[in-house]
Design a protein around this ligand. Sequence first.
Ligand SMILES: Cc1ncc(COP(=O)(O)O)c(C=O)c1O
Length: 392
Amino acid sequence: MTDFDPYTIAARFGAGETDAQPIAPPIYQSSTFWSADADAFLESATKARHTGFYTRYGNPTVRLFEDAVAQLEGGEAAMAFGSGMAATTGAVLSLAAPGGHVVAQSSLYAGVTSLLRDIAPRFGVSVDFFEQTDVEAFAAALKPETKLVVLESPANPLLGVTDIASIAAHAKANGEAVVMVDNTIATPINQRPLMLGADLVMHSATKALGGHADLLGGVLVGSTALIERIWHTAYLFGAVFDPFAAWLALRGLRTLPMRVERHNRTALAVAERLERHPRVAAVHYPGLRSHPQHNLAAHQLKPGAGSLLSFEVADGLAAAETVLSSLEIAHRSASFGSFSSLAVHPAAMWAASMNEAELVAAGVAPGLIRLGVGFEDPDVIAGDIERGLAKL
Ligand SMILES: Cc1ncc(COP(=O)(O)O)c(C=O)c1O
């Protein structure tokens, strides 16, 4: 063997410390971590959520993201996941299975509805749904064995608002059910459910937290005890947040307040303009005075109501298609909370996961268009839609 040993060099470089102090956090893009001795290894392997053992258990870059979201939500701790659905699945299966009962509002992101209605029962979880504005129906659905309450506010697709404080108070009076709120649409800039009495906040970080349509992620925020309880089950599901995606999400979080501020103003301006249009039968946006729960929304959502609105084209399915096909600013695309305006036709998008009766029950009119505003000028976004409406 010569002195030049490229194999050992390639295997060993970079293992040392650096004394550089970066302004932007580094990415710990490492699947595993080494320990100096047996005691340190044992500690890292056995302590819950350790960030120096193996990235499925915990990772320093992912932890920075978790701690940042926990701070934004006013919670003690957070656990990140590979998507919003992974976060929801982690909560449901770690808190409610088996034999547990879940009470969920009926208007939810369609993937969560499918998870609760079709998948959760296979794991011994029973689920009852209630209409999100009907607090009495919620109270009546609670059972002694209710382990989890699933809320989303504002909710897909009609931006209905749930009275989080009242629901949480009823749940507390009933027993130990964990009240989880999907805060994806509101963002922690506009709404902090833990401050209203909820126990757990869920985000699809894919949306506004990431903010740049370039990552998939999810996160749960709550007390340290609750997050540890979830971690003990959910880390075995393996749906972890990748360190690079966590780093991108951290970069997104730097500008979250500015982005949400602009989204709030733009969505309200576009909603107000669409509301005045004769071919638009209804506009759903909690920031509008015409929203059926505007007073609750004004109290719960401050300083604004977020980027997502929906509106009904007066003449139904084909008319909504005409409008969508003519758009030149908003892309026909799922998701929201990005720099670019994104529009979808829910009746078409959710046809695969909801039958017609469920679509109607969820308020999905055939002519409903969901719009997530981006950073374009509000007049440009509204003008684009009005050009489509003029074709009807
Ligand atoms: C409100 C809401 N919650 C949860 C999810 C699921 O998140 P993900 O797509 O990151 O799994 C979505 C996705 O569209 C959503 O809109």
